[in-house]
Design a protein around this ligand. Sequence first.
Ligand SMILES: NC(=O)c1ccc[n+]([C@@H]2O[C@H](COP(=O)([O-])OP(=O)(O)OC[C@H]3O[C@@H](n4cnc5c(N)ncnc54)[C@H](OP(=O)(O)O)[C@@H]3O)[C@@H](O)[C@H]2O)c1
Length: 283
Amino acid sequence: METRKLRNGVEMPMEGFGVFQVPEAEVCEQAVRDALAAGYRLIDTAAAYFNEEAVGAAIKKSGIPRKELFITTKLWIQDAGYENAKKAFQTSLDKLGLDYLDLYLIHQPMNDYYGSWRALEELYEEGKIRAIGVCNFYPERLADLCVNARIKPMVNQVELHPFFQQTEALENMKEFGVVPEAWGPLAEGKHGIFTNEILTSIAQKYGKTVAQVVLRWNTQRGVVIIPKSIHKERIEENLQIWDFSLSEEDMAAISSLDLGHSEIIDHSAAETAKWLNGWKIHE
Ligand SMILES: NC(=O)c1ccc[n+]([C@@H]2O[C@H](COP(=O)([O-])OP(=O)(O)OC[C@H]3O[C@@H](n4cnc5c(N)ncnc54)[C@H](OP(=O)(O)O)[C@@H]3O)[C@@H](O)[C@H]2O)c1
């Protein structure tokens, strides 16, 4: 598996395993155990996924040395602000049963994220987090944070798949030395991705599945991917992308699928901000 070197020298695996929409503890723990057994070392969770304990239990039972793992979790909007972020970080760490994180991300560019960022900078300097970053920061917010922050974010996790390629956003991240990480790398299965004609014909050519082709495509653009599945065979399938390369022609054919907008969530909409701010994870 390839890695991407973050600005501070930390090596981040280019493929990891995501656990969004797996709130059932047993299902989540089993999926993470299957992922670790298959060879994933990066696990992506969040306080707002309600499964940090299950992820922690799977990590513990795996017996894999801590230093071989790359564990990410995220700070939710409700816990934004300097003091709240510090408390929420410790709560996440306790739920995961860990004493440090590899990557801590601000989940949404909402509420007092500058206060949160100052807390993350301090936790990073204290050695409690190996790398810090953000999610869903569109170009203007990312540029603003990069210009003003004492320590620039090292990662920006955003929606990235063939139907929403965000080419300009990737250029913006490159300018600031921020590594892009794709959420929804399989477009959450939407927009007929698995039966798309172009993707299907490319997949046949390489003897691969559509899932493997779209995951490979993103990594060839330098994007870290974190596909989610609760099915063992898919978890394994999604990792079998490191033994082939897409040609320039096939990369270009996939690029032609860009719709230029998200079919999952519009972070620039006022309704989205109201909805996400209303999503409470504790009292
Ligand atoms: N920062 C953020 O705001 C944010 C937002 C969304 C997600 N994320 C992170 O990114 C991760 C990935 O994104 P995502 O979970 O939204 O979507 P995704 O990985 O693009 O897609 C997951 C969906 O694809 C299906 N699937 C997985 N592998 C497949 C395969 N080989 N063939 C056919 N179907 C397959 C899964 O079904 P089954 O599970 O039934 O197999 C599930 O329905 C999340 O789990 C989370 O860690 C972050």
